[in-house]
Design a protein around this ligand. Structure first.
Ligand code: NOJ
Ligand code: NOJ
Length: 476
């Protein structure tokens, strides 16, 4: 990597840190691990012989072969890079990342213009830009939504930089049918979200919480961009469909089991009950302060967090052996994919654990903003265990009772925020024990031995780490 880029990243990190950052060993480690994550992530973007803009899911070319541009993984990575773009005032770093975005724009145009079996919901592309044509679970309609989310942010960046012409030419024109890439994706999402597709884990055909939440976010942000660019009719349509999605998303709630079911109307069930870490991956990627739909502090979401934690604490040896540490989290309890084959025993995943850490950081931040505005947190049958559990872990047992309201002036409010930050740290500390000596992260961690396994240097693992790092910084 270009030396000055690495330096820029380091400086951006340091300037981004505020005084409350301890000089303790763990905080230092989070900084080092972020830099290493950035370095490894960067290697997987536009690797040698690829069309620029290609983001490979992993450098592993066999057992398993992940040397493809997966639209979901790539878009999530670009969303992470966007946070650098927003945070840095360093012109070198800004130009560099903007350049990577332009490559991503041109590559996406070429992906969209090819006929592929999954249409715009095509799952993955070769590094030369051709769609993968072998059998696969397609379409996966979270892809175009995540891609639109990443590109919408970039469009605003360009507009701020005085490049609205480029935006109107490449990203969003008001034509129908449109050749501009954001509008193409938004039209596809708005017209296809009612159809069944494959979930983010590429296994279940049906309707998925993860997919619907990212579709809603893309349509909402798409509507705002359309209004900004004078395409009001489209904006109204995207808004209307985003509201229609909300009703469907809430149908995923399973009150008896206290979690949002990952999939509804599955074509075949594969024996999954529906408890799934993708609920939190979706939430932390789509959550915006000020949006009142499914807040992170919704008691259903807190209840779901407790169900997830309880379940994963009990299933992996590495968790059972360390009962006073935060558990490592997998995709879903019944998982049988071990990173190499699908009829084995599933393992904890870095992305699932890291995004669950992020949930705690983001919840801490969101609650403290709410408290400052005078809002209260009501202790309900759904969230009581989650709150009590976290409290008793970090503070001398304190009675949190059903029906109580926690509010700004309370001591318990400060403790709750602190406990959530600590709990986020507890998950990161869990991850810390399993990363490689140079900060390497694969896809999974063996449930018994704690050795990494599955695709090596999974780009998404690094992106999730960087997000957790930023979320931690924003929560402290
Ligand atoms: C099988 C796994 O179960 C699935 O989740 C994964 O996406 C594919 N293999 C591709 O690696
Ligand atoms: C398997 C995961 O299930 C899927 O979500 C991901 O897109 C691919 N691997 C590539 O990383």
């Amino acid at each position: 990597m270009h030396g000055s880029i690495l330096l820029s990243v380091i400086l951006a990190f340091i300037f981004g840190l505020n005084n409350s950052w301890g000089q303790d060993d763990f905080s230092q480690w989070t900084i080092e691990q972020s830099l290493r994550s950035y370095k490894f992530l960067h290697k997987n973007i536009s690797p040698p012989a690829s069309v620029p803009g290609t983001v490979v899911a992993s450098p592993s070319r066999s057992n398993p072969d992940y040397y493809f541009h997966w639209v979901r993984d790539a878009s999530l990575v670009m969303l992470t890079l966007e946070r650098f773009l927003q945070k840095t005032s360093d012109p070198v770093l800004k130009d560099y990342i903007a350049h990577q975005f332009f490559d991503f724009v041109y590559l996406t145009r070429s992906h969209q213009q090819q006929n592929s079996a999954g249409s715009l919901g095509e799952v993955k592309y070769h590094i030369d830009g051709r769609p993968f044509v072998g059998p696969w679970g397609r379409p996966q309609n979270d892809g175009p939504a995540l891609r639109a989310m990443a590109l919408i942010q970039f469009a605003y960046f360009l507009i701020k930089e005085g490049k609205e012409d480029f935006v109107r030419l490449w990203l969003y024109d008001s034509n129908l049918p449109s050749e501009s890439i954001i509008k193409k994706d938004l039209e596809y999402v708005a017209h296809n979200w009612r159809n069944k597709d494959f979930d983010l884990w590429e296994e279940v055909e049906g309707h998925h919480f993860f997919t619907r939440l990212v579709q809603r976010r893309a349509l909402k942000e798409g509507a705002a961009l359309a209004t900004f660019l004078g395409d009001q009719g489209a904006s109204d349509f995207y808004s209307k469909e985003s509201v229609n999605l909300e009703k469907e998303i809430l149908r995923h709630w399973d009150g008896d089991n206290r979690f949002f079911k990952a999939s509804l109307n599955p074509t075949s069930t594969r024996g999954k009950a529906g408890l799934d870490s993708s609920i939190f991956i979706a939430l932390i990627s789509t959550y915006r302060e000020g949006d009142s739909f499914l807040k992170l502090s919704d008691d259903k979401i807190m209840g779901n967090a407790q169900s997830l934690k309880d379940s994963f604490s009990k299933i992996y040896q590495i968790n059972l052996k360390n009962p006073d540490k935060a558990p490592l989290i997998g995709r879903y309890p019944e998982d049988t994919y071990n990173g190499y084959e699908t009829n084995a025993l599933g393992n904890p995943w870095f992305i699932a654990t890291l995004d669950f850490a992020s949930y705690h950081y983001k919840l801490a931040k969101s609650l403290s903003l709410d408290f400052k505005k005078g809002k209260k947190l009501l202790v309900t049958p759904l969230n009581v265990n989650f709150i009590q559990d976290i409290f008793s872990k970090y503070f001398s047992p304190r009675l949190i009772v059903l029906g109580q309201s926690i509010k700004n002036e309370d001591q318990s409010m400060k403790q709750l925020i602190k406990a959530l930050q600590n709990e986020g740290d507890a998950y990161l500390k869990g991850v810390r024990s399993y990363v490689g000596p140079l900060g390497e992260m694969s896809e999974q961690v063996n449930r018994d031995s704690g050795q990494m396994q599955g695709a090596q240097h999974l780009t998404w693992s690094y992106a999730s780490f960087l997000n957790a790092f930023f979320n931690r910084a924003e929560a402290l």
